[in-house]
Write a protein that binds this ligand. Structure first.
Ligand code: F6R
Length: 623
């Protein structure tokens, strides 16, 4: 989703602003722009399309200056055109502003502005209306004020006053040609972080944009405004109170967000899974007590024992991890568990009991729908916990406790390593709750051993990437794909279908295998392969029936199975993808990985932009 970078310091702002935007590319965007204050005026370059286009503009017609703002836009109001790209200006042309989020009452503000004075709007965006509003308030208040120090305070006040009139969400950065070495930021619902450097400071939507320059960060809260200069910053609330924020150290370095020798971030992240899975359980397993230790939940054993119901909420891949979690938690702990789409949950009146625990699952920790579900649960008085990857993200900060994934930065738009980390963490939660109830020491030990064996099995699996590639390349002419699985592997069918859709743009659906005969079978034809996720488990023979039903209708079959399953599927499946044998409870971590690779290799074979698939954004901060 949209990205913001701001810089004020002694270096040329242009290269830093562009570099920051490149590092935010993974968030998804369709246009980009820069505004740099050059002496007494603001120079802007912006265009629809990729950052490479903006770089070219900057190279042909450089903009000089040591402070400025930049933006990648993911269209919400108005088409992705040069005019609609940010930054936008006020009527005077001196104030430039970039904005993430949505100003819901922009039409009304626009109307009022037009009634009051002359305004010439050049775009269809809500952002330009906001720029005009801030500019007008500033110009009115700064008339006749000669002390330049007062101008800084007046600009902050103008933004504060404008935002008090706004209904909606925003992450904002702003500069004014008359106020040297000064940028102003604000956030509500759209993340914004301040990077604290030496004689230079930064603003960014996420720290990956600025981690190459500084690892000292201040995470702004909703309703914060920040005035940033080279050597100082001041945070205040929308209500005008002074903020007291501490500086945190960013957990990762610029090196961690490099592609290294991999052609794509997605492939790098798939290959990082032996390590990320290990990090998700590091220090969290107790062989002695045959259980998991999750101190971050901030709950006493008595409180954990009293949990009567669990709601797991999230979106997309995180929701699929939640679905695996539902099977696992009910199986291991027998605690009634439900999975809710965050976007639905937050608006409906789900029956909840006082002993319900709500988990918000989110890699980014910033997804608007998941955050909305979390806040709604809190409003109703339920204990809410986060399962997040981004440390200090809004969901992580606003929940009552939680479990960090520690998966490291995930840059590929298609989530991979975060999914397996989420599944591992949900297994730990099931184990912990189970061991507090009826789960025996032997069963607990069995789960721990299965978890501990995972990294090595994943290593083994990754060695078969070329074989999976060969299978994927056979299906470049497929018109779409169906994915089937049962029990814990049903959510894997959904996740595999999502991966395929996202990066190959092929039509794909996931279903419980047995649902085939209730309708889906009508789709089966030679051009539409079916992928069955069928380890040799208790439901293997049932899956086999479904495979035969597809085969009888000439549908090609790809089976993801274990060695013993493969022996039974010889001559039945057209292609076999092998996974190592493991306890059923951890099998989803193993079955999903070859399907991530399958989607990846097919997307590459089809010439798709794997890391930046069309229309998608990594962190979805609008509803
Ligand atoms: C799929 C994908 C999305 C995200 C979803 C939630 O590959 O990346 O479906 O899983 O937007 O994002 P987070 O986990 O950041 O809340």
């Amino acid at each position: 989703m949209c990205g913001i970078v701001g810089y004020v310091g002694r270096a040329e702002a242009g290269p830093i602003l562009l570099d920051g935007l490149r590092r935010l590319e993974y968030r998804g965007y369709d246009s980009a722009g820069v505004a740099i204050v050059d002496g007494d005026h603001v120079e802007t370059r912006k265009c629809a399309g990729r950052i490479a286009g903006l770089s070219k503009l900057m190279a042909e017609d450089p903009a000089a200056g040591t402070y400025g703002i930049s933006h990648t836009r993911w269209a919400t109001h108005g088409k992705p055109t040069d005019q609609n790209a940010h930054p936008h200006f006020d009527e005077s042309g001196k104030l430039a502003l970039v904005h993430n989020g949505v100003i819901e009452n922009y039409a009304q503000i626009r109307e009022t502005l037009l009634q009051e004075s002359e305004h010439h709007f050049k775009s269809e965006t809500d952002t330009e209306v906001l720029a005009h509003l801030v500019g007008k308030i500033y110009d009115d208040s700064a008339k006749g004020v000669t002390d330049p120090r007062r101008h800084k305070a007046l600009l902050v006040e103008a933004l504060r006053s404008a935002l008090q009139q706004v209904i909606g969400t925003y992450g904002i950065a702003m500069v004014h040609a008359d106020i040297p070495d000064f940028i102003v930021g604000a956030r509500r619902g759209s993340p914004l972080v301040l990077g604290v450097g030496k004689d230079e400071n930064f603003l960014a939507s996420d720290v990956s944009a600025i981690v190459a320059y500084t690892r000292d960060a201040v995470y702004l809260n909703d309703f914060d405004l920040v005035a940033v200069e080279r050597d100082k910053f001041e945070i205040s609330s929308l209500a005008g109170e002074r903020g007291n924020h501490s500086i945190s150290k960013v957990e990762f370095t610029a090196e961690d967000i490099k592609k290294g020798d991999y052609p794509h971030y997605m492939l790098k992240e798939i290959f990082e899974q032996p390590g990320s899975v290990c990090d998700a359980m590091r220090g969290r397993l107790s062989l002695e007590e045959c259980t998991a230790k999750l101190g971050g939940l901030n709950m006493t054993p008595a409180q954990l024992r009293d949990v009567g119901r669990i709601v797991l909420t999230g979106c997309g891949t995180a929701l699929h991890a939640g679905m695996v979690g539902e099977y696992l938690i009910e199986q291991l702990a027998q605690v009634p568990t439900e999975v809710e789409y965050a976007s639905e949950f937050r608006h409906r009146n789900t029956p909840m009991t006082r002993d319900t625990l709500v988990f918000a699952i989110s890699q980014s920790g910033e997804t608007a729908d998941t955050l909305g579900a979390l806040r709604e649960s809190q409003r109703k008085g339920y204990r809410t916990l986060g399962v997040c990857n981004n440390v200090a993200s809004t969901i992580a900060r606003e929940s009552d406790g939680g479990v960090y994934m520690h998966a490291g930065p995930e840059i590929g738009v298609a989530a991979t390593k975060s999914f397996t980390s989420q599944v591992v963490i949900l297994t730990l939660i099931g184990l912990l709750l189970g061991r507090m109830r009826h789960l025996s020491t032997a069963e607990g030990t069995c789960i721990i051993e299965a978890l501990e064996a995972l990294p090595e099995k994943i290593e083994q699996l990754l060695k078969t990437s070329d074989q999976i590639k060969a299978v994927a390349q056979k299906y470049v002419d497929a018109t779409g794909m169906l994915f089937f699985g049962r029990q814990l592997n049903f959510p894997i069918a959904l996740e595999a279908a999502l991966k395929l859709k996202e990066i190959t743009y092929l039509y794909a659906e996931g279903h419980p295998s047995a649902e085939l005969k209730h309708g889906v079978i009508a789709l089966v034809k030679p051009e539409l392969p079916s992928v069955f996720i069928v380890p040799d488990d208790a439901v293997f023979s049932k899956n086999l029936n479904n495979i035969e039903q597809v085969r009888a209708r000439k549908g090609p079959i790809i089976a993801v199975t274990t060695e013993s399953g493969a022996a039974k599927l010889k001559g039945i499946a057209d292609d076999l993808i092998l996974v190592p044998d493991a306890d059923d409870a951890v099998m989803p971590v193993l079955t999903v990985i070859p399907l991530q690779l399958f989607a990846y290799h097919l997307a590459v074979a089809l010439g798709r932009d794997v890391d930046k698939p069309r229309n998608l954004a990594k962190s979805v901060t609008v509803e």
